[in-house]
Design a protein around this ligand. Structure first.
Ligand SMILES: Cc1cc2nc3c(=O)[nH]c(=O)nc-3n(C[C@H](O)[C@H](O)[C@H](O)COP(=O)(O)OP(=O)(O)OC[C@H]3O[C@@H](n4cnc5c(N)ncnc54)[C@H](O)[C@@H]3O)c2cc1C
Length: 377
């Protein structure tokens, strides 16, 4: 009997899980990988797209190229999840598995921040990044704000990266002296688990005249007056607002009854949900790690090991430790790295590797190694 696995979502977590199970089981595996999209994008490629460094087609990884024994990709939209029956309904059919893995990520709700849709932009979706490629060349003077509207949000370093890359972009266009850049963040320092990385970012902001507004969220925009309203009532005038929109689970997950306080709770050591045979990994969960691809991938490795242990026997896999490394764009063609550990100690810790050209190459290899592993035969 083949092992039947249904993987919901072909993002960082779903792709990693499918690749590991395929490698271990080959044709003994009957895995259906479902996603509504026809291709995958790395989150960081949205920064390349918005600043015009890469075209959207150039960063697209088409799912039709997945060539993995035992894995069948279907481009369908999931419309219902029954975790008790381990059954999934899509616009194309119904799928049942011995194991269900929910890896549906986080969706955005820009409409939940008053004024954001009418008066601002977001760069967290590919559509938002594509739109900004057209808008940014028209921005020549005034206040630019990069602002977080709610927590949790994906990739905590991304707003800092956007502010630094915006500085480079405006400098290259010769208009930086006519513009102010502010970054509104809900944390006292940019990356709380790593004071060292945060100090390096704060120093980079200071060098470039970027204002860091700590411990604040943007609650609303008033497009008529062109002001951003913060959660303490302060107002900041803006000519360009780049928002990090509110995140939430995809609607189908909320409707499945699997969420508690908005996200899917899991056993932090095993990633099991409260439903037998149903796991959840990545951004869709409230496991306690940041919403970032490296953590979704790390969770997928643990779930794959557990599935294989149950199927083939062998040693119990280690508990999920919530560790990951994140490359951080510092601007001026330099990339730094932060290595973080969220779950193995009493509190999250992080260490910093100084920005360098070598890390630029490492970040490229991070992307291409995953492309080979997830899509190659
Ligand atoms: C600007 C930016 C920069 C980032 N930089 C980094 C970085 O440098 N490093 C890093 O590790 N992370 C980074 N991230 C975060 C990273 O992209 C996400 O955390 C990661 O993709 C989460 O993986 P996941 O598998 O949990 O979900 P996702 O990768 O989001 O995958 C979920 C999948 O589910 C699919 N889906 C959702 N609903 C349905 C449905 N109803 N039917 C069918 N399919 C559905 C989606 O189409 C999607 O493909 C960045 C994010 C952004 C926005």
């Amino acid at each position: 009997m083949k092992l039947r696995v249904v993987v919901l979502g072909a993002g960082f977590g779903g792709l990693e899980l499918s690749a590991i199970l395929s490698e271990a089981l080959g044709e003994e595996l009957d895995l259906v990988l479902i996603d509504r999209n026809d291709s995958f994008y790395f989150g960081f490629s949205k920064l390349d797209v918005m600043f015009g460094k890469k075209k959207p087609e150039a960063v697209k990884l088409a799912y039709r190229n997945i060539a993995k024994p035992g894995v069948r990709f279907v481009q369908e939209t999931i419309t219902a999840i029954d975790p008790e029956a381990k059954r999934v309904t899509t616009n194309g059919g119904t799928y049942e598995g011995d194991i269900l893995v929910v890896a549906l990520g986080a969706d955005y709700a820009p409409g939940d921040t008053p004024g954001l849709v009418e008066g601002g932009y977001e760069f967290y979706s590919m559509a938002g990044a594509v739109r900004l490629r057209e808008v940014l060349p028209t921005f020549t003077k005034g206040n630019a704000i990069v602002g977080v509207t709610s927590t949790p949000f994906k990739c905590p370093p991304a707003p800092s990266e956007a502010a630094l890359l915006l500085h480079d972009y405006l400098t290259e266009r010769g208009v930086r002296q006519n513009c102010k850049i502010s970054l509104v963040m809900p944390f006292g320092i940019p990356i709380p688990p790593s004071p060292e990385t945060s100090q390096a970012l704060l120093a980079a902001f200071a060098e470039r005249g970027i204002k860091y507004v700590a411990d604040r969220l943007v609650r609303a925009l008033d497009p008529a007056r062109r002001v951003a309203i913060l959660d303490n009532g302060d107002e900041m005038p803006y000519a360009l607002f780049l928002g990090i929109p509110k995140h939430r689970v995809p609607e189908v997950v909320a409707e499945s009854g699997m969420t508690v306080n908005g996200w899917v709770p899991v056993n932090p050591k095993t990633l099991e949900t409260r439903y037998p045979g149903v796991y959840a990994i990545g951004d869709v969960t409230s496991v306690g790690t940041p919403k970032a691809g490296v953590f979704s991938e790390g969770a997928a490795k643990i779930v794959a090991a557990e599935i294989l242990e149950d199927y083939m026997g062998g040693e119990r896999p280690p508990a999920y430790a919530g560790q990951g490394l994140c490359y951080v764009e510092f601007g001026a063609g330099r990339v730094g790295r932060v290595d973080v550990d969220f779950l193995s100690g009493p509190k999250p810790t992080g260490s910093f590797v100084e920005p360098s050209a070598e890390l630029v190459r490492d970040k490229e290899e991070f992307g291409s190694s995953r492309r080979r592993r997830w899509f190659g035969g």
